[in-house]
Design a protein around this ligand. Sequence first.
Ligand SMILES: NC(=O)c1ccc[n+]([C@@H]2O[C@H](COP(=O)([O-])OP(=O)(O)OC[C@H]3O[C@@H](n4cnc5c(N)ncnc54)[C@H](OP(=O)(O)O)[C@@H]3O)[C@@H](O)[C@H]2O)c1
Length: 255
Amino acid sequence: MQNKTLFISGGTRGIGKAIVYAFAARGCNVAFTYASSADTAKEIIADIESTYKVKCRAYRLDIMEPLTYKDVYKEFDEDFDKLDYFISNAIISGRAVVGGFAPFMRLKPKGLTNIYTATVSAFVVGAQEAVKRMEVNGGGSIISMSSTGNLVYTPNYSGHATNKAAVETMVKYAAAELGEKNIRVNAVSGGPIDTDALKAFPNYEEVKAEVVSRSPLSRMGDATDLTGACLFLCGQEASWLTGQTIVIDGGTSFQ
Ligand SMILES: NC(=O)c1ccc[n+]([C@@H]2O[C@H](COP(=O)([O-])OP(=O)(O)OC[C@H]3O[C@@H](n4cnc5c(N)ncnc54)[C@H](OP(=O)(O)O)[C@@H]3O)[C@@H](O)[C@H]2O)c1
């Protein structure tokens, strides 16, 4: 992946941070976004650049305002002269998901709409801007992170789950229309993974115990467990793979 460039949203923690490191370790330049963790972003940049000798930059982005992606990409253009891979990874939690992260009878339109904005609209605008840069460069690979909450009942998770289902469908539409530009679009769907997002679940310990007992591999997912699929989808080995969702769930969806 030398001389390639990845742009990923939400690179400061969890799965996004693991992806930043996995791509940099293969010689890929990396641009990532953060929402509030500016200091962490600076530490990651310093560590990545000194350890892997690639270029790394970070920009502030709020996925609740998807159109601000346009300004973030302008900053990206000042630092990088091309884009090869885009991964829509950032996710909201806490106050922004109130009314969206709840049992069915307590769901509220505002919370659901917020999750749609952060999941689907942010993917759309982030990917549109990526396409403008990839098409002048002969193509590229776009990935949306998804989750198996749309395959397995997960208490309180219907707001996220329905929007992950929506973004997987958006991925198929994007793939159908962008193939002529040699741009492939796929989703990587993970089972429950031990990150801050999951630790924010009120019943975190219960979810963890359930996942461990359900997985034939007897463990919960680790933040690094989705990196292999992302590397594969961006590589030549996946050159005829588009419009798909790759599920990585430790076997939990079938139990
Ligand atoms: N954890 C799981 O069980 C699991 C399973 C399958 C798929 N996924 C998916 O994988 C992706 C990453 O999840 P994760 O568990 O790694 O999340 P996480 O640990 O909570 O990290 C969230 C990332 O998003 C950023 N972010 C938060 N609010 C934002 C906002 N308003 N605008 C822009 N960026 C924002 C955070 O930046 P700051 O550090 O600056 O706040 C952070 O980098 C998500 O799409 C998630 O749905 C997660």
